[in-house]
Design a protein around this ligand. Structure first.
Ligand code: IPE
Ligand code: IPE
Ligand code: MG
Length: 256
């Protein structure tokens, strides 16, 4: 049974260390271009950055790290870049699954898998099964993922199970069918690479997430930059629709 932790239905805690960080890992191509390298060299370096950030999240006590690896719109890229990314994905899953397992990390993949080849789908399944019971950190990779796909897919799946809900349904009915319904919504969203947009990432789940944008290109992002992002998050006042005076700890001050 999925936990219903919607930021629009309840007032969630605002923990000092984000429980859930969601990252758009952007800027690989530009990093490579600056060095007169092919774009794919940037993707390769991007994997190293991800490895460092996973390690940092685990040691900082973050429970969930969700990263955007391939969007439903990235199929529009040149065919050779797309096929490089697919083989890189396969290679990494094969190479890293055991390592993640040793580090007690649970790996999950979200997105529409129907467009991936059989071998990749099978490797995804195996890596998920191997690491399913791990609990130091949940690393979720969004692959062929789109926020709109997520909502559409959830509505369809819900109606398949409960056709009568076509008459009307609540957020609570829909919530268990969305990707990552058993995780808290992201506390902190990070986008590297300078663009200030969501690019169809977790549209539903980011409702009350703190957004952080940095010009640092993803291959250069690491523990230090992550700590800067978390420090920025810690200075924010998360109100979830309330006034500042209503926040826990502020009430006495307001009454005084
Ligand atoms: C992000 O880096 C990785 C993927 C989308 C797979 P980009 O490849 O988008 O890098 P830029 O934005 O072109 O620099
Ligand atoms: C978003 O980056 C997707 C990933 C990082 C996987 P893009 O580079 O595809 O986003 P746009 O096209 O600049 O919005
Ligand atoms: Mg990009």
């Amino acid at each position: 049974m999925a936990l219903f932790q919607s930021s629009t239905s309840i007032i969630p805690d605002a923990p000092a260390v984000p429980r859930h960080i969601a990252i758009i890992m952007d800027g690989n191509g530009r990093w490579a271009k600056q060095r007169f390298l092919p774009r794919v060299a940037g993707h390769q370096r991007g994997v190293e950055a991800l490895r460092e950030v996973v390690k940092a999240c685990r040691s900082l006590g973050v429970d969930y790290l969700t990263v955007f690896a391939f969007s439903s719109e990235n199929w529009r890229r040149p065919a050779d870049e797309v096929s490089f990314l697919m083989s890189l994905f396969l290679k990494i899953l094969e190479r890293e699954a055991a390592n993640l397992h040793e580090n007690n990390i649970c790996l999950r993949i979200i997105g529409d898998r129907s467009r991936f080849g059989n071998e990749l789908r099978q490797t995804m399944r195996k890596a998920e099964q191997l690491t399913a019971d791990n609990n130091a950190l949940t690393l979720t990779i969004a692959a062929n993922y789109g926020g709109r796909w997520d909502v559409m897919h959830a509505v369809q799946a819900m109606l398949k199970d409960h056709p009568q809900l076509a008459q009307g349904f609540t957020e609570e009915n829909l919530s268990p069918y969305l990707s990552m319904s058993d995780a808290p919504e992201p506390d902190l969203f990070i986008r590297t690479g300078g663009e200030q947009r969501i690019s169809n990432f977790m549209l539903w789940q980011l409702a009350y997430t703190e957004l952080y944008f940095t010009d640092v290109l993803w291959p250069e992002f690491g523990r230090k930059e992550l700590e800067v992002a978390i420090a920025s998050y810690q200075k924010r006042e998360r109100r979830f629709g309330r006034t500042s005076e209503q926040l826990p700890g502020k009430q006495e001050k307001a009454d005084a």
